[in-house]
Design a protein around this ligand. Structure first.
Ligand code: SF4
Length: 443
């Protein structure tokens, strides 16, 4: 487990288009857990996004690369000047890598090679499979850093400090730039999305000149006006989540909540130091589903937490039975260096943790399969992820990339990744839906 976060310095030169690329790279870096630092000497590496428009801009870009190399030594170059890679290399043979403009995938690949992202199930905001590259049509939008809770198994607060929300106007502006650059789905992430704005006392900020409170409901409403799907992750079941459900019911944001609940036994939740009581969660789920029947809920759980008895585990299964969550992920508890839970007595043997993990996943797979089969016969808008010779892979409103299932459409179709298409759901299994295309060109 990484004790300190990998740090990146970033210099953005040139025009607003270059700034959009910079924002895209910075968004991805932040979402993957890199810390951005303002000084060369605090950075593990530096990215220089260059301009090559006029001679003066070229000279400024080259000088900036030189400065970064002198001060830090580890430099990745991107942007318009990157197309003149030979020129850069002949002057600065030590640069780690060079890409042209709008090449954020290649920039991220270079960063991953030189400075791997922190991988830890307790602190990662995006799934390890998703860390390599985010396709152009979806992007993670990080709205805050840190967390005010002190869950016993987690070291986020000691690593990143208390909650620090980004200003509402800044987040919305970044989202607008992402959508302008071709993003069709915004994945809102943070350590505690429901708490957005608490640290700023919900202060008023401005979006397109309009005053708005810095809180999750206003953010969701503002993002919901963009021509993109908005999917919320890490939403804890606080009362303010009630305000999001009408936005989902009216279609402003996706009817999807990724809500890490961690356990179903009150005793274990208390030992974990988790905020919400199970009973209230079940009540809230009932109310939300009544108001927005399409709501899809994903959650993650930990089994084998210190002191977890068979009875606690059974309570977790009963909770799952009653909650009937659509998607469930589960981890076997493993100690994280520096976490308070390491000092707890009655650590559960590894074999038992694994056994409970397998039992939980088997138990839930029946529920997930039943929930998916209810979608058979529905007409649905889906977002195309991959186009193959004989089939198309897409996702529906209930499927977050990398962690949930897919919608598989048989046949050869003239569509592109990032297109929204209409389908009829014809079948399902425990993870995926199968569908036929409505009104697109067959090739
Ligand atoms: S809510 Fe708990 S688990 Fe989540 S980041 Fe905060 S301290 Fe960690």
């Amino acid at each position: 487990m990484a004790e300190s976060l990998p740090t990146v310095g970033f210099v953005s030169l040139g025009c607003p288009k270059n700034l959009v690329d910079s924002e895209r790279i910075l968004t991805q870096l932040r979402a993957e857990g890199y810390a951005m630092v303002p000084d060369y000497d605090q950075a593990d590496l530096v990215i220089v996004n260059t301009c090559g428009f006029i001679d003066a801009a070229v000279e400024e870009s080259l000088e900036t690369i030189g400065e970064a190399l002198d001060a830090n030594g580890r430099v990745i170059v991107t942007g318009c000047l990157g197309v003149r890679a030979d020129e850069i290399r002949s002057r600065y043979p030590k640069v780690l890598g060079i890409t042209g403009p709008h090449a954020y995938e290649e920039v991220m690949a270079l960063v991953h090679d030189q400075l791997p992202a922190p991988h830890d199930p307790w602190i990662s905001l995006i799934p390890p499979q998703g860390i390599k590259l985010t396709p152009r049509h979806y992007a993670y939008l990080k709205i805050s850093e840190g967390c005010n809770h002190r869950c016993s198994f987690c070291i986020i607060p000691s690593l990143r400090g208390d909650l620090l929300s980004r200003p509402l106007g800044e987040v919305v502006a970044e989202a607008e730039r992402l959508v302008e650059s071709g993003v069709r789905e915004l994945l809102v992430v943070s350590q505690d999305t429901s708490a957005y704005g608490v640290d700023l006392k919900y202060r008023t900020d401005f979006v397109a000149g309009k005053p708005m409170a810095t809180r999750l409901a206003s953010l969701a409403r503002a993002l919901g006006e963009l021509p993109a799907w908005v999917r919320l992750h890490y939403v804890y079941p606080y009362p303010q989540v009630d305000q999001l459900i009408p936005l989902m019911a009216e279609g402003a944001i996706l009817p999807y909540l990724d809500m890490p609940l961690q356990h179903g036994s009150q005793r274990i939740l208390q030992s974990m130091g988790r905020p919400a009581a199970t009973e209230r969660v079940l009540e809230r789920l009932r109310d939300w589903r009544q108001e927005c029947p399409e709501l899809v809920i994903r959650s993650t759980f930990i089994v084998g937490y210190p002191g977890e008895t068979e009875q606690d585990f059974q309570e977790l299964l009963s909770f799952l039975e009653e909650a009937r969550l659509d998607r469930v992920g589960c981890f076997a508890y493993s100690p994280v260096q520096g976490a308070a839970a390491n000092r707890l007595p009655d650590q559960v043997p590894d074999a038992l943790k694994e056994e409970r993990l397998a039992r939980l996943m088997e138990f839930q797979s029946v529920i997930s399969a039943e929930k998916l089969s209810e979608k058979k016969g529905q007409r649905m808008i889906v977002l195309v992820d991959e186009v193959h010779e004989n089939h198309v892979i897409a996702r529906g409103p209930g499927d977050a990339p990398e962690i949930d299932g897919q919608v598989i459409i048989e046949g050869s179709w003239e569509v592109q990744p990032g297109d929204f298409v209409e389908v009829d759901i014809s079948g399902s299994d425990a993870h995926d839906l199968y569908a036929s295309m409505v009104g697109a060109d067959n090739t």
